[in-house]
Design a protein around this ligand. Structure first.
Ligand SMILES: NC(=O)c1ccc[n+]([C@@H]2O[C@H](COP(=O)([O-])OP(=O)(O)OC[C@H]3O[C@@H](n4cnc5c(N)ncnc54)[C@H](OP(=O)(O)O)[C@@H]3O)[C@@H](O)[C@H]2O)c1
Length: 295
């Protein structure tokens, strides 16, 4: 059973399971948005992640479930942490109520910390709530920085040949595609993991700095592209003028500080289990360059 099946990692997880012949139940607020998956044999269920009764009904009888706290941000939400906590509480209640024996939950690098990590702190609390449910075999997938975040910079690369962000240009980050996260989730669902909660970080193909991202895009498009580090204050101003709420801005501006100081970092070693196949260059060729052409 897959929540967030209309989203990025959930859709990739469901697709992978269907392609390998597994029975899949897909959950979303509007099953019509899951038509591509139901057309390939998935069983649709309507449920909102914040509705414990609907989620418990959707989970009932499943052998295993992939749970995603979604979406990343609601830019204009007045209290996004409270939104995350409501959904996390409802999902944990639904797991307890349904008796689903195996859960793979999407979390993030840095979720070992209770604070100072922006939205990731909500995933820390999500992990805590699920860990308190008795009798369920849990795996937390702590995914690295999504390469898809760079799609926000498509316009700036096209117009100014720059990527501007508040990250230290030389700090390497574990960067991963959402499709690789989804495939890892699907594989975990099929893998028995008895015992205490397991944490598995997902680091992508290799750690990458912002300078390397700019260089790789430059190589792909055949034009120079520069990375420009902005101050957190300038980042905050940009978010404010885009209409982002105080709550969400406070979260988003915590992230660069956490990354630049090493508070937000991967703690597991890079191994075959933490490494995923899609490289920065693959992502740029398959997603970034096409987006430059179409937007
Ligand atoms: N960005 C990063 O670098 C990063 C890194 C690690 C972990 N993460 C975590 O990854 C998770 C997101 O995973 P994802 O990328 O697979 O999800 P996603 O694609 O962002 O999720 C999109 C789904 O969110 C649902 N949604 C949209 N607005 C909603 C609302 N107001 N209320 C309830 N649901 C709503 C929609 O589901 P319906 O089908 O129901 O409409 C939509 O299909 C977050 O928990 C994030 O913190 C992010």
């Amino acid at each position: 059973m897959i929540t967030g099946a209309g989203g990025r990692t959930g859709r990739a997880a469901a697709s992978h399971l269907l392609a390998h012949g597994h029975a899949v139940r897909v959950v979303g607020r509007d099953p019509s948005r899951l038509a591509d998956l139901t057309g390939r044999g998935a069983e649709p269920r309507r449920a909102d992640q914040s509705d414990p009764a609907a989620m418990a009904a959707a989970l009932h009888g499943a052998e295993a479930a992939y749970l995603v706290l979604q979406p990343n941000y609601l830019p204009d939400h007045p209290d996004f942490a409270a939104f995350q906590d409501r959904a996390a509480a409802a999902l944990a209640e639904a797991v307890a109520e349904s008796g689903v024996p195996r859960v793979v939950a999407l979390s993030s690098w840095g979720a070992q910390h209770a604070s100072g990590t922006g939205p990731v702190a909500g995933l820390h609390r999500f992990e805590e709530r699920l860990s308190a449910v008795p009798g369920v075999h849990l795996t937390f997938l702590r995914a690295g920085y999504y390469l898809e975040n760079f799609l926000d910079h498509v316009d700036s690369v096209r117009t100014h040949r720059t990527i501007t962000a508040p990250f230290d240009p030389d700090v390497p980050l574990p960067m991963i595609t959402t499709s690789d996260v989804g495939v890892a989730a699907a594989e975990e669902l099929l893998r028995p993991r008895p015992g205490t909660p397991i944490v598995r970080e997902l680091h992508g193909a290799r750690d990458v700095t912002m300078h390397e991202v700019a260089r790789a895009i430059a190589t792909a498009i055949g034009h120079p592209v520069t990375y420009e580090r902005c101050t957190t204050q300038a980042f905050d101003e940009r978010l404010r003028s885009a209409g982002v709420s105080d709550s969400v801005r406070a979260m988003m501006t915590e992230v660069p500080h956490a990354v630049n100081t090493g508070h937000l970092r991967a703690v597991q070693r890079r191994t075959p289990d933490t490494t995923t196949p899609t490289s920065l260059e693959d992502f740029i060729e398959a997603e970034f360059v096409p987006a430059l052409g179409t937007r």
